[in-house]
Write a protein that binds this ligand. Structure first.
Ligand SMILES: [Zn+2]
Length: 311
């Protein structure tokens, strides 16, 4: 059912040590006419392995089932949920901080922006408000169609490689909460390099592998929470700041990596738990922004910016 992964996807080292056992629980795909081959993975286990050289974490093997990852995500999108993803605004603080950073980089330069994995189109909507000439690519037909109709912007329903073959280039390319889901991530980053003009900028946001392990273990210690880092391989890439920087460099960018802004809960209507949760998240983020603190568990997510280098 699996093909072993024996070398680090980022630096190529074979010094890999197990640090977490992940489970497959896919019984929901067994009901009715859903995906029985996918459901057959239920009850299987894999290890997450950490690279001794660059700190990257990845699974010990990958499923041999064709299109495993497409099939895993195929079932999730319900129309009401997609509309909610556009309206909710829980990632607006992240999106606005990315737009401010892109603004600082391009200054008076070009305004062509590509959002890779545009989802329901919320980021494109905010980017257009901020004066960007936005475009998106999105694999899922339902979210792609929704994003296009809500934003009035082109959202192409295709993968990054097929889109890159068209030869277009952008001043800014954005990849938020996507890269952690894609095996062998340097291939996608290299494709994105071909979509970024020389001197243009790539923004990548991912969870920080080691910090998420610590957060999950703390939660498990103080509650009935079970550590769920990568069950069903929902997350296949577990970056350290160092491995994320190295991944961008190997794809053709000069990179800086810092903590990413947090998701925030809606305060409409205002509620004390939401306010307290947001205060905690903002305080943690503020501390993670202190010099050197990106290497500590305070940095729960990482935000990298890479400037495309001449070939
Ligand atoms: Zn490595």
């Amino acid at each position: 059912m699996f093909t072993p992964v024996t070398r680090c996807w980022i630096c190529g080292a074979s010094d890999l040590t197990p640090y977490h056992t992940l489970r497959f629980e896919l019984d929901t795909y067994r009901s009715g006419d859903q995906d029985h081959e996918l459901a057959d993975y239920s009850g299987q286990f894999l290890e997450l392995m950490r690279c001794g050289r660059c700190g990257f974490g990845q699974p010990s093997a990958l499923p041999t089932l064709p299109r495993y990852f497409d099939r895993l995500y195929d079932q999730w999108w319900d129309e009401t949920w997609v509309a909610h993803e556009f309206e909710a605004g829980y990632k607006d603080f992240i999106f606005r901080s990315i737009l401010r950073a892109l603004e600082r980089h391009v200054e008076s330069g070009g305004r062509r922006l590509l959002d890779v994995g545009a989802h329901a189109g919320r980021f494109l909507h905010l980017a257009r408000q901020a004066g960007w000439d936005g475009e998106g690519i999105e694999l899922n037909p339902r979210t792609a169609a929704y994003a296009a109709s809500r934003t009035g912007l082109p959202v192409h329903q295709m993968n990054a490689q097929a889109f890159a073959d068209r030869g277009r280039q952008y001043d800014a390319v954005v990849l938020t909460d996507v890269l952690e889901h894609i095996p062998e991530p340097i291939a996608l980053l290299t494709t994105l390099a071909s979509l970024t003009r020389v001197g243009g900028i790539l923004a990548v946001k991912v969870p920080c592998g080691r910090s998420q392990v610590i957060k999950e273990r703390v939660l498990a210690a103080v509650s009935s929470h079970r550590v769920t880092l990568a069950d069903n391989l929902v997350h296949v890439n577990h970056f350290s700041p160092r491995s994320l920087k190295l991944a961008l460099e190997r794809a053709g960018f000069s990179a800086i990596v810092g903590p990413a802004a947090p998701e925030l809960r809606s305060l409409r209507p205002p509620s004390l738990p939401a306010l307290a949760s947001n205060a905690l998240r903002l305080a943690t983020y503020g501390l993670a922004c202190l010099p050197g603190a990106v290497e500590t568990p305070l940095a729960l997510n990482l935000q990298a910016y890479g400037v495309r280098q001449p070939v």
